[in-house]
Design a binder for this molecule. Structure first.
Ligand SMILES: O=C(O)CCC(=O)C(=O)O
Length: 257
């Protein structure tokens, strides 16, 4: 994973899509690295997906996120992503990853990524395609515009500014996604696919959501048992809060829309 060929395509205000960001070989390497046994960091099973977090638990208080040791392959990935134009222009130092695993067409309910991170989110897709839907919420809470981006395997999606702070995003639970010409924003990038096509979900899809946490606290060289248990408690609270328990109704709403 030394060289990264990037072709940018702006699909909607503040939403950028890079088809084939990772080559087939890079996708295979990254998937193998993700699947390396790691007893220190087990998968967390949520309602719809499994999740791993790298870079510490994002918190607003107590001096910020406590930096932690990350897998050996992650710093090179962060460095490569920091060279992508949208990220480089902002001078962002990436320091956080949520690794999502979805099986059998599972998705993620409507949500926003929140103020603990800088307003720039990157999503790398592995294993298969899924349709990411964005919608804009107006000042009175009413629904505004909607845009769909088919996230093909190997692609990179970046969304910033209002797409991050005002728009919501999610992936419906479905065995396949219909490419809807009313909303599809990256049709021009989809070789071999056409509006109206049904795109099957893979049996397993991985995504890495990469961001920069705003406040990072240095990890003390030696941690007391109390500090360790506080970090575990923070992580469990975080996993609980991002669990789709509260999003299930909204997922149904996605399908009804
Ligand atoms: O899996 C994806 O492509 C999206 C993940 C996502 O929205 C998130 O981690 O906030």
């Amino acid at each position: 994973m030394k060289r990264w060929r990037v072709t940018a395509c702006e699909v909607a205000a503040n939403v950028y899509y890079y088809p084939s960001f990772l080559s087939e070989a890079q996708q295979a390497t990254l998937t193998a690295l993700i699947d390396e046994p790691d007893e220190t960091r087990p998968w967390q099973t949520l309602t719809q997906r499994r999740l791993k977090m790298y870079g510490g638990t994002p918190v607003a208080s107590a001096g910020g996120t406590v930096a932690e040791t990350v897998p050996h392959w992650l710093p090179a990935l962060w460095a490569a992503l920091e060279r992508v134009d949208v990220v480089a222009e902002r001078g962002l130092r990436l320091n956080h990853v949520l690794l999502n695993e979805y099986v059998e067409g599972r998705g993620i309910g409507w949500h926003q990524d929140g103020p603990l991170y800088h307003d720039c989110a990157l999503v790398l897709s592995l294993g298969g395609d899924a349709l990411m839907r964005f919608f804009e919420r107006g000042k009175e809470g009413e629904r505004g515009g909607e845009a769909h981006v088919l996230l093909r395997r190997g692609s990179l999606l970046i969304f910033t500014d209002e797409a991050y702070t005002r728009w919501h995003h999610g992936i419906a639970t479905a065995t396949a996604d219909r490419l809807d010409d009313r909303f599809l924003a990256n049709a021009a990038t989809l070789e071999g696919l056409h509006v109206g096509d049904l795109v099957a979900r893979p049996s397993r899809r991985l995504s890495l959501t990469v961001r920069a946490v705003k406040a990072v606290a240095e990890r003390p060289a030696l941690q007391t048992a109390e500090q360790r248990s506080e970090l575990t408690r923070r992580a469990q609270t975080f996993y609980h809060n991002v669990s789709e328990l509260g999003h299930d109704d909204e997922s149904r709403d996605m399908d009804a829309y």
